[in-house]
Design a protein around this ligand. Structure first.
Ligand SMILES: *[C@@H]1O[C@H](CO)[C@@H](O)[C@H](O)[C@H]1NC(C)=O
Ligand SMILES: *[C@@H]1O[C@H](CO)[C@@H](O)[C@H](O)[C@H]1NC(C)=O
Ligand SMILES: *[C@@H]1O[C@H](CO)[C@@H](O)[C@H](O)[C@H]1NC(C)=O
Ligand SMILES: *[C@@H]1O[C@H](CO)[C@@H](O)[C@H](O)[C@H]1NC(C)=O
Ligand SMILES: *[C@@H]1O[C@H](CO)[C@@H](O)[C@H](O)[C@H]1NC(C)=O
Ligand SMILES: *[C@@H]1O[C@H](CO)[C@@H](O)[C@H](O)[C@H]1NC(C)=O
Ligand SMILES: *[C@@H]1O[C@H](CO)[C@@H](O)[C@H](O)[C@H]1NC(C)=O
Ligand SMILES: *[C@@H]1O[C@H](CO)[C@@H](O)[C@H](O)[C@H]1NC(C)=O
Length: 345
């Protein structure tokens, strides 16, 4: 690597001859592999990776005489006649021009290829689409892609880091179904859809839709999912007084006119206890509760004749045993003590 004039001549020869440029992409903080093939007969020669124009010895980053040097490592697969130099802990400063070199004698180097390294930020994306759903429900996330990616692997992952997305994919188009996720690919409209079922609030957050590219970096788009608390037509707060009566109003969808209506008590609708229902009073233990259904106004009311301290808490008015989202009124009842009023004459 010493005869600079000859080197320059070789560059020119090479560049006019076979101006192959290898594009290598890597993410900031991660690694990039620069793979260079060479011709038969060069197996035993020393290989190296150098930077810029390789004009000075400092430009030589690593050679096959060593396996590791600083952030560089190199290995030579003489069977496949490919040597690979790895640059780790990439920064933007690593972007630029490199050469794969073969040291064919102490005086003369050959450069099988020019390499262009590009370093991308390991974060995606500036904008994202927003999707909302509810606890216990499901959601479909739709991801568009370009027509050239029709037959490529599609996937989705949590977070916003492209470098680890495929490795940590929740589901891919190679394996389209698991307990919570499923993936369908509509090649005609060039979008794939990921459905997430049994949502909990833990599923809220950022997701990346990924499309595998055979050359260069995969393509990503970002989605923000918000899983909202399961609730109701509306949420009411009521306050009552111990010893006094109280009436709760419960509207319901008109098409539920003939359904069984009920008032259920408990922190959560999944495990609340019916206090009173419209169709069956034989199971009712507390006679203080009466339910009056007014089908013409799509509403029922529940009256508690004499409030007790234990009546405070959360109630759910319902008209749908499937608990379809949005058809309930949630009532939070708080109780105050009866205030003694002075009788003035
Ligand atoms: C680089 O090559 C090594 C060894 O083949 C591999 O384990 C690693 O995943 C590659 N890195 C990238 C970014 O492709
Ligand atoms: C890469 O960076 C990590 C953390 O910054 C550091 O621990 C490690 O030693 C670095 N590796 C090289 C080869 O420089
Ligand atoms: C993000 O912005 C780009 C360019 O403005 C646009 O083409 C793309 O559709 C946007 N993506 C989302 C998910 O909104
Ligand atoms: C995808 O595969 C189909 C069927 O093999 C082929 O007709 C189509 O051209 C391919 N699309 C792309 C973009 O390669
Ligand atoms: C998916 O399968 C295709 C064809 O079998 C394969 O080429 C591709 O590498 C696979 N993708 C992943 C992410 O495993
Ligand atoms: C009712 O269900 C909720 C949510 O599933 C749970 O957090 C709570 O502990 C349950 N309460 C009882 C008394 O089982
Ligand atoms: C009424 O409630 C009782 C006790 O909860 C139950 O055994 C009975 O099957 C119910 N009848 C109807 C018609 O729902
Ligand atoms: C209430 O239930 C009906 C029928 O089950 C359904 O069509 C409607 O969308 C529900 N209302 C809301 C706000 O979800």
């Amino acid at each position: 690597m010493k005869m600079w004039c000859l080197q320059i001549l070789l560059f020119i020869l090479f560049m006019t001859d076979a101006a192959e440029i290898i594009d290598v992409f890597g993410y900031e903080g991660k690694e990039a592999n620069v793979s260079c093939s060479y011709d038969e007969g060069y197996e035993s020669y020393e290989k190296f990776l150098c930077r810029n124009d390789c004009g000075i010895d400092d430009d030589v980053l690593i050679t096959t005489r060593q396996t590791h040097k600083n952030r560089y490592s190199i290995r030579d697969d003489t069977k496949k006649r490919v040597f690979t130099a790895t640059i780790s802990n990439l920064t933007q400063n690593d972007a630029g021009k490199y050469w794969c070199g073969v040291d064919i004698s102490r005086k003369l180097d050959e450069y099988p290829a020019e390499v262009k390294v590009e370093v991308e930020k390991d974060i995606c994306c500036d904008n994202s689409s927003k999707v909302q759903s509810y606890e216990g429900g499901s959601v479909s996330i739709s991801c568009s892609y370009e027509s050239q990616d029709q037959n490529n692997t599609k996937y989705i992952c949590r977070g916003n880091q492209p470098s680890s997305c495929l490795q940590q994919a929740l589901i891919t188009s190679n394996n389209t179904q698991n307990t919570q996720f499923s993936l369908t690919d509509d090649k005609e409209s060039r979008k794939f859809t990921v459905t997430i079922t049994s949502l909990t609030q833990k599923d809220s957050g950022s997701y990346l839709c990924g499309v595998k590219r055979n050359t260069g970096l995969d393509v990503f788009s970002a989605v923000d999912l918000e899983v909202r608390e399961w609730c109701c037509v509306k949420s009411n707060k009521l306050s009552g007084t111990v010893g006094r009566p109280l009436t709760m109003q419960c509207p319901y969808p008109p098409q539920h006119g003939t359904n069984r209506k009920f008032l259920c008590k408990g922190d959560h609708h999944r495990n609340c206890t019916d206090m009173v229902t419209s169709q069956n009073s034989s199971g009712q233990t507390d006679v203080r509760f009466t339910l009056l259904d007014d089908v013409s106004s799509s509403s029922f009311s529940v009256t508690i004749t004499e409030l007790k301290a234990g009546d405070a808490g959360t109630y759910w008015c319902g008209s749908d045993s499937q608990w379809t989202f949005g058809n309930y009124t949630k009532i939070q009842l708080s109780l105050g003590k009866r205030t003694t009023q002075l009788q003035c004459s």
